[in-house]
Ligand binder design. Structure first.
Ligand code: ZN
Ligand code: ZN
Length: 363
C-alpha cells in the first residue's frame, strides 16, 4: 500500500493510502474507503463552501419629493417621545402613533426621501378596530373593563418605512450527517452509525425582504404583523398619505444591509436544510453565499397603532393595515385566571376520585 500524501481522510484527517486491489483509497486510522471520484467531489465541495460569502447590493438610488408635494406635507414632532413624523396638513387633533400623547407639534416639512413604493391602507379605522376587538376576544383572561375603559378610537394610521431588498442568491453548503441502524441477536444489541458528508448547491431568488427603517417602530411588533402581500404594492404618490402619518427612516441603508444579509443567509440555509431529510444529526460544516442583482428600495407599509392606558401601564398594539393581523400584549385579570384554575382543579379532582372508586371496586 502506498501512502498518497496529497489526500487526507475527509472523516478523520489521517493520510489515505491507495489500495491497488480495491482501486480505492483507504484510511488506516478510521477504516473508511473512498473512490478517487468521491475524493474529488469532496475537494470541490470544500473549495466551494470554504470561500467567503459575498453580498453585492447595488447602491440605493435616492429620490426626493417634488416642491408641490412638499407644500401639502407637514412635519410633526411628539413632545413626549420625540417621534418625528410626516402627515398632510389636515391631520387635526391626532395623537402620536408611538406613545399616544396628544401634544404633537406641527412644523415645516423638511425634505425627507421620497419612497419608491408603498402598500396602501386596506383596512379603514372601523375595520382595524374590529380586528383589534376580535383579537381581544381571543386574549385569555382579559379584564372585562379593559374594552370599556380604553379609547380605541384613538387608533392612528401610520406608514412605517422599510428598506426592501431583492436579490438572487447562489449558495453552497456542506453538512456532516449520520444514519443509525440497530439490530440484535440472542446475545447483543448492535448499533451501526454511518457518517455522511452532504453537499448542497443551488440558488434562491428573494423579493421584498423587509428591514424596518424606523427606530421608533419596535422590530418584534413589525415582524409579528408580517407578512404583507406585495402584489398590492403601488408606486408612491403623496395622495396616499392623506389622513395618515408617515414615519421617516432613521436607520440608514448601510445599517440595514447587515440585517438583510442575515435574513438572506438564514432563509437560504433553511431552504437547503429542508432537503436533508432522511439523515440524522445534520450539522452544517461550511457555507458560502454570493448574491447578484441586488436591489434596494425605500418603501412604506401601513400599520394602525394603538396605545391603551390600563392600571397605570401602557399597552401597545400594532395592527397590519392590509391584513388586520394584531401584535401586542394583553393585561390578565387575576380573578378570572384564578377562577379558571379553580375550575380545572375541580375537574381534575373529580376524575381522580372516580379513578379511586373504580380501583377500589375491582379490588
Ligand atoms: Zn479516516
Ligand atoms: Zn410620541
Amino acid at each position: 500500500m502506498d501512502t498518497v500524501q496529497n489526500y487526507k481522510c475527509p472523516c478523520c484527517g489521517a493520510p489515505l493510502a491507495f489500495d491497488g486491489r480495491e482501486q480505492n483509497l483507504k484510511c488506516n486510522s478510521c477504516g473508511n474507503e473512498f473512490s478517487a471520484d468521491t475524493l474529488e467531489q469532496v475537494d470541490s465541495s470544500d473549495s466551494k463552501t470554504g470561500s467567503e460569502s459575498k453580498f453585492d447590493w447595488t447602491h440605493y438610488e435616492e429620490r426626493h419629493f417634488e416642491p408641490a408635494d412638499s407644500d401639502t406635507l407637514v412635519s410633526y414632532t411628539c413632545s413626549s417621545c420625540g417621534a418625528e413624523i410626516t402627515g398632510d396638513g389636515a391631520m387635526g387633533a391626532a395623537v402620536c402613533p408611538y406613545c399616544g400623547n396628544s401634544a404633537i407639534i406641527k412644523s415645516q416639512f423638511e425634505g425627507a426621501l421620497m419612497p419608491d413604493y408603498l402598500i396602501p391602507f386596506k383596512l379603514d379605522k372601523r375595520a382595524a378596530e374590529d380586528a383589534f376587538k376580535r383579537a381581544c376576544g381571543n386574549a385569555p383572561f382579559l379584564p372585562d373593563e379593559f374594552m370599556d375603559k380604553n379609547k380605541i378610537d384613538e387608533m392612528t394610521g401610520i406608514y412605517i418605512p422599510f428598506w426592501m431588498f431583492d436579490c438572487d442568491c447562489s449558495a453552497a453548503v456542506s453538512y456532516s450527517a449520520k444514519r443509525l441502524f440497530s439490530w440484535c441477536d440472542n446475545q447483543y444489541n448492535y448499533v451501526r452509525t454511518d457518517h455522511y458528508r452532504l453537499f448542497r448547491e443551488g440558488s434562491v431568488a428573494f423579493e421584498n425582504i423587509p428591514v424596518d427603517a424606523s427606530k421608533k417602530a419596535d422590530d418584534t411588533y413589525m415582524e409579528s404583523i408580517e407578512p404583507y402581500d406585495y402584489s398590492e404594492a403601488v408606486d408612491f404618490k403623496t395622495a396616499y398619505l392623506s389622513g395618515f402619518f408617515a414615519d421617516k427612516y432613521d436607520v440608514s441603508v448601510e445599517d440595514s444591509i447587515e440585517r438583510a444579509n442575515a435574513r438572506v443567509k438564514n432563509s437560504t440555509e433553511a431552504a437547503f436544510m429542508s432537503t436533508t431529510d432522511g439523515y440524522a444529526a445534520v450539522v452544517p460544516t461550511g457555507s458560502s453565499l454570493s448574491t447578484s442583482n441586488g436591489k434596494i428600495r425605500y418603501s412604506l407599509l401601513p400599520v394602525w397603532m394603538l396605545n391603551i392606558k390600563y392600571n397605570g401601564q401602557i399597552y401597545k398594539y400594532a395592527i397590519n393595515g392590509q391584513t388586520g393581523k394584531v401584535a401586542g400584549e394583553y393585561p390578565v385579570s387575576k380573578s378570572k385566571r384564578n377562577k379558571y384554575f379553580a375550575k380545572v382543579f375541580g375537574i381534575g379532582l373529580a376524575v381522580m376520585l372516580c379513578a379511586i372508586w373504580v380501583y377500589t371496586k375491582f379490588m
